[in-house]
Design a binder for this molecule. Structure first.
Ligand SMILES: Cc1ncc(COP(=O)(O)O)c(C=O)c1O
Length: 310
């Protein structure tokens, strides 16, 4: 009985937090795209709780685990992340009163670590040489040592990751473009954004083309992205969804950041700039269409990089 009361209190808090997830604006890139008949739009994903696209999967994963009784008052959330998912878990966890543990590669920026500390998350640092692949191994090891203490969220293999985008991002895009979207372009990290959004768009819009993006090299600076040829491939990745896959160069993406800020009034992250490079490449190849991409976060957490650019 007591557990039920606590759970209904928790579910009330979940309903409140849900109001601050998703429903992000769609912004037209007007000045960097000047091709009659072709329009490019970006979802401004930092405008939600935790400041990035990862609010959507983090919320869906937490919500589903609470509903299934996997995440309760008696255990804690555990996962591996390079940054944005960690911050989303930490922010949503703080709002819901859920303790959050994050395995994070030690070379994550001090800003990330400070933000996680600010939200009260417990951070377990893993080797900078092992990337998030090693952070995932550490999270699994901790879970296996103490399965009663943790709910292991496992964003790389958790179906609620892509479902979050299937249920929200895609529907918002259809509504915001009045169903006129012809191309969806975005980068692959856990692959949830691309897979979930593309699956739903393909069900609704027959002619749509979906284009996935990856870094052009194993060692890259596109925070949040994976070079799938050399990285551990996320369990939720479905190689059959993309109509095309493009490779994007880190330096070109970083070089576009000041052009986006000065021409469009948006100061964005490297992966957002990389997404725009992909969208512009698609724009060059077509005569008519409406291209939508995602700007996963803004440049707020990339202070060191900004210092080197401006
Ligand atoms: C900045 C940034 N860009 C892109 C992505 C990729 O999104 P997804 O994990 O949905 O593939 C992430 C994921 O963490 C991210 O943090």
């Amino acid at each position: 009985m007591i557990t039920e009361e606590i759970n209904s209190e928790l579910l009330n808090r979940v309903t409140e937090v849900r109001k601050h997830i998703g429903r992000t604006p769609l912004f037209e890139i007007r000045n960097l795209v000047q091709k009659p008949g072709v329009r490019v739009f970006a979802k401004l994903e930092w405008q939600q709780l935790g400041g990035s696209v990862k609010a959507r999967p983090a919320f869906e994963i937490i919500h589903d685990a609470i509903l299934k009784g996997q995440l309760t008052e008696d255990n804690e959330l555990l996962d591996a992340s390079s940054g944005n998912t960690a911050i989303a878990y930490a922010s949503i966890g703080a709002a819901l009163g859920i303790p959050v543990n994050i395995c994070l590669p030690e070379n994550a920026s001090d800003e990330r670590k400070r933000i996680l500390k600010a939200y009260g998350a417990n951070v377990i640092l893993t080797s900078k040489f092992g990337t998030t692949d090693e952070a995932q191994e550490k999270a699994l090891e901790l879970y296996n040592e103490n399965p009663l203490k943790y709910f292991y969220a496992d964003q790389y293999n958790n179906e609620n990751n892509w479902k979050a985008h299937y249920n929200s991002t895609a529907n918002e895009i259809i509504e915001q473009t009045n169903g006129e979207i012809t191309h969806f372009v975005t980068g692959l990290g856990t692959t949830g954004s691309f897979s979930g959004t593309s699956k739903r768009l393909k069900e609704e819009i027959e002619e749509i083309k979906t284009i996935s993006l990856q870094p052009d090299e194993a060692l890259h600076g596109l925070e949040g992205w994976k070079h799938l040829e050399t990285a551990k491939v996320p369990g939720i990745y479905d190689a059959n969804i993309a109509d095309e896959n493009l490779h994007i160069n880190t330096f070109e993406a970083i070089g576009l950041i000041p052009k986006i800020s000065k021409n469009e009034g948006l100061l964005v992250s490297p992966s957002a700039a990389a997404n725009l490079i992909g969208a512009l490449e698609v724009a060059r190849k077509i005569d008519k269409g409406t291209i939508v991409t995602i700007f996963p976060d803004n440049a707020e957490k990339y202070g060191e990089l900004l210092k080197s650019i401006f």
